[in-house]
Structures are given as C-alpha cells and as structure tokens.
Design a protein around this ligand. Structure first.
Ligand code: C2E
Ligand code: CA
Ligand code: CA
Ligand code: CA
Length: 279
C-alpha cells in the first residue's frame, strides 16, 4: 500500500508539473498573441421577430499559430488571472468600434442598430473602463447610442456601490447596458429595479431545453414577463431552432441571437452574410 501511495503521488506530481508547464506556456503565448495580433473579433447577428438584423455581439477569437482557434472560455480566465484582460479588453473595444464605424460609413450599419461588447467583471472592477470606452468612441467616431456593454451578474456582486457608479457613468455617455447570462448568477431582483440596466440576455442554458424541460420553460417565461413588467428589453441567447424561436415569440420575447439566425463569423463574412447597403 505504501508503494502504491508513492506511485500515485509521483503520478500526481507529474500531472501537476505538465499542467503548470502548459499553463505557463499559455501565459507566455497570450502576451505574444497581443503583440503579434493573433486576436480577432468575430460578430454574431442579433435579430427581431421579423428576422431582421438589429445589431451584433462582438466575440473574441484567438488564432494561435500552432493550435488554431482557441475558444475564449480557455484563454479569458487566464488573461484575467495574469492581468492581461485590461489590455485585451481595450483591444476589443477599439477594434470593434472601428469596424462598426467603418460599416456605418459604408451605409451597411443602421442608425438604430447596436454592437454589444463583452466586459469581464475584472475589467468592470479594476480597469479604467469609462476611459477605455470614451477612447474607443473618440477614436472610431462611432455614436455612443450604437454601443451596448454586456456585463454579467458577477460584475455587480463584489461592490454594488462602485458598480452602480460605473454603470451610471457609462449610461451618461449614451452607451446602453445589458446583463449577460441572466439567471445563472446570484442576482437579487432588487438590482433589476435599482440599477441602470437596459436589457436582460436570457442565458442559453435555459433556452436549450425550453421545449422539453418544464422548469426551463417556466424560468424563461418568468424572466420575459419580469423584463416586460420592468420595461427592460429582453433578448434570448442560444436560439438554435425554429421551434425555439417560435416558442420564445409566443412567450413575449422579441429579440434573439443564436445559430438558428447566424453563427459568429469574421468581419468580412459578417458583412457579406448579414449587411446590405440601404436596407
Ligand atoms: P457569451 O457572452 O455568453 O457569448 C455567447 C456564446 O454563445 C458565444 O460563445 C457564442 O458563440 C455562443 N453561441 C451563440 N449562439 C449560440 C447557439 O445558438 N448555441 C450555442 N450552443 N452557442 C451559441 P464564444 O464565442 O465561445 O464565447 C464564450 C464566452 O467567452 C462568451 O459567452 C463570453 O463570456 C466570453 N467572451 C467572448 N468574447 C469576449 C470578450 O471580448 N471579452 C470578454 N470579457 N469575454 C468574452
Ligand atoms: Ca455576451
Ligand atoms: Ca451570454
Ligand atoms: Ca454564456
């Protein structure tokens, strides 16, 4: 038994070693990636119930030369850990606003559309987020009314006072605010009333089994009803099928995002597939 214990420990040590090697490698690559422009912003359309485009969400992609595309869920937590998220967040803000301003100048982006940009709770708490947004707007010339910032419930949790202050400042710029992944965090219904929020995004985990799971159905119905009652906009994420779409529409939802309407794609493909001059 003693022998086995030692072997197990040796294996464990080895595993931990290769894990931390991989992690260290990833950290190094992230710094390089920012310098070498390996990050790219993808765009996923958002739609109204007529199926018309009403905006898009900017989604970050890392095209690692050896490994190919690495999903944001793998590298964003590490970027947060090593503090690179602030610079990465600035990159997303600058790049995205510049791109959308370009589409607007070409007549491809409409006045009443919005581009949604994700902001990490870390950015929300510790970056000079207001300055970063102001800089991106000034640099691109994009109208603030075309920009929406997506935050998660986590961003509100640590320091509600400070969160409220930042949110009010962002709103004063003319930028709108959405709560992302709504329903997955520990949110109090109180903040929906008190915080300057424009929109709830119903998390895709509730939408996925909407048709078959009674509980998911009930949650989605309640969130939509609550949003409508509080005069908040509501958007359903992860709409993958026509059935999802039709059901959500019946439930009183009126804006949507998901594979049924379109997958995230690079700027060129997005313009080709979803933007047409003068429509
Ligand atoms: P999120 O903000 O909830 O973004 C939605 C995710 O759902 C995206 O994954 C999108 O590709 C995916 N998605 C869209 N429609 C569907 C659908 O119909 N079905 C399914 N199954 N999935 C769908 P993605 O691009 O891998 O991003 C994952 C997460 O990474 C995002 O979740 C967000 O939390 C984070 N992220 C992405 N870009 C950024 C960024 O620029 N900054 C920050 N801080 N986080 C980002
Ligand atoms: Ca989001
Ligand atoms: Ca989401
Ligand atoms: Ca999510």
């Amino acid at each position: 038994a003693k022998e086995l214990g030692r072997n197990t420990f040796a294996f464990f040590q080895e595993d931990m070693q290769s894990l931390s090697d991989a992690r260290l490698q990833m950290e190094k690559s992230l710094y390089r990636a920012l310098k070498e422009n390996e990050f790219e912003v993808y765009y996923q359309p958002q739609h109204n119930d007529k199926g018309e485009v009403i905006g898009a969400e900017a989604l970050l992609r890392w095209n690692e030369p050896d490994r190919g595309f690495i999903p944001p869920m793998e590298f964003i937590p590490i970027a947060e850990d090593i503090g690179l998220i602030h610079e990465l967040g600035r990159f997303v803000l600058l790049q995205t606003t510049l791109q959308v301003a370009g589409w607007y100048k070409q007549g491809l982006w409409q006045d009443n559309w919005r581009i949604s940009i994700n902001v990490s709770p870390m950015q929300f708490a510790y970056s000079n987020l207001l300055q970063d947004i102001t800089d991106a707007l000034a640099n691109s010339g994009l109208s603030a009314s075309m920009v929406d910032i997506e935050i998660t419930e986590t961003a509100l949790m640590s320091d509600l006072e400070r969160a409220l202050e930042i949110m009010e400042q962002i709103r004063e710029l003319g930028v709108s605010l959405s709560v992302d992944d709504f329903g997955t965090g520990y949110s109090s219904l109180k903040y929906l009333k008190d915080l300057p929020i424009d929109r709830l995004k119903i998390d895709q985990s509730f939408v996925r089994d909407l048709i078959t799971d009674k509980n998911d159905y009930a949650i989605v119905l309640a969130v939509i009803a609550m949003a409508n009652a509080l005069s908040l906009k509501v958007l359903a994420e992860g709409v993958e099928t026509e059935e999802h779409f039709k059901q959500l529409e019946l439930m009183g939802c009126y804006t949507y995002q998901g594979y049924y309407f379109g997958r995230p794609c690079n700027a060129t493909d997005f313009a080709q597939n979803f933007l047409k001059a003068g429509h």
